[in-house]
Ligand binder design. Structure first.
Ligand code: FE2
Ligand code: FE2
Length: 224
C-alpha cells in the first residue's frame, strides 16, 4: 500500500484514539505540530515530520511480548542495543508498521520513528527534530521543555543538544542507572567524551524530587 499524505494523515489520526489514552493522543498531536513547525522553519520536509509525529507512539501502549511477536512476524528483529530496553520497542514497531503496512519507504522518516526515544550518533536531521519534539512538545509541562522549543526554533542543532542533555540529565536525577547505548552515543557525538560524567555529577548534586522508579530500571522513554 502506498498512500498520499492526506490519506496517511487521516488514517493515522483516526487510529490514535483506538490504540491509546486521550492524554497520549494529545501528546502525539503536540509532537506532530511541533515537528511540522520546526521542519518548516529549518528547511526540512514538514509532511515527513508530521507523519513521524503521528506515527511515533502508535504502539506505545502495546505489551513488549506482543511487540516482539509482531516484529518477528514482519521479519524484523529487536536491535541488539534494544534487547534490555523493552520500553523503546514501540518505536521499532511503529517504523515497521510504516514500512510494511503503509508502504512508507523514506529512510529518514522510518529512522526518526524508530529512534525517537533515544536518537543515535550519525542520526538524520529529521531524527534530531523528532527527538526534540517528543521531549519538548507543549504538553510536557516542564520549564525546560519551553526553553528547548525556544532554542530549537532559532537553531535546530542547539535545540537538539539541549534536549539530549536535558533528557539524559533528567533520567540520571530520577535514578535511572541504565541509559540506552544509542542515547549515550548521541550524547558523545554531540558533546564529546566526558559529558556523561559531567551530567552525572550535576545529577548527584541536584536529585529530582518525587517518586523514584526502582534503581537501574532500563528505560529511555518518558511516561508518554
Ligand atoms: Fe515513544
Ligand atoms: Fe512520544
Amino acid at each position: 500500500m502506498s498512500l498520499n499524505f492526506p490519506a496517511l494523515v487521516q488514517l493515522l489520526t483516526d487510529r490514535l484514539p483506538t490504540v491509546m489514552s486521550p492524554a497520549r493522543v494529545q501528546h502525539v498531536l503536540g509532537v506532530t505540530h511541533v515537528a511540522a513547525t520546526l521542519a518548516g522553519r529549518h528547511g526540512l520536509d514538514p509532511e515527513r515530520a508530521a507523519l513521524a509525529g503521528l506515527l511515533h507512539d502508535q504502539f506505545k501502549e502495546v505489551e513488549p511480548d506482543r511487540l516482539r511477536r509482531e516484529l518477528e512476524a514482519l521479519d524484523e528483529r529487536i536491535a541488539p542495543d534494544d534487547l534490555d530496553f523493552p520500553k523503546v520497542w514501540h518505536g521499532a514497531r511503529a517504523a515497521a508498521y510504516a514500512r510494511h503496512e503503509l508502504g512508507i519507504a523514506a529512510a529518514d522518516l522510518l529512522e526518526s520513528v524508530a529512534l525517537h526515544s533515544t536518537s543515535d550518533a550519525a542520526a538524520s536531521p529529521l531524527t534530531h527534530l523528532v527527538f526534540i519534539a517528543d521531549y519538548a512538545e507543549p504538553g510536557r509541562k516542564r520549564a525546560e521543555a519551553a526553553e528547548i522549543l525556544r532554542v530549537a526554533r532559532e537553531d535546530l542543532a542547539a535545540g537538539y543538544r539541549l534536549a539530549l542533555r536535558t533528557k539524559i540529565g533528567y533520567l540520571l536525577r530520577r535514578g535511572r542507572a541504565a541509559l540506552h547505548p544509542r542515547a549515550l552515543r548521541a550524547l558523545e557525538e554531540a558533546f564529546g567524551p566526558g559529558e556523561l560524567d559531567q551530567l552525572a555529577r550535576e545529577a548527584a548534586s541536584e536529585p529530582e524530587n518525587g517518586p523514584r522508579k526502582p534503581g537501574g530500571e532500563k528505560t529511555f522513554e518518558l511516561s508518554h
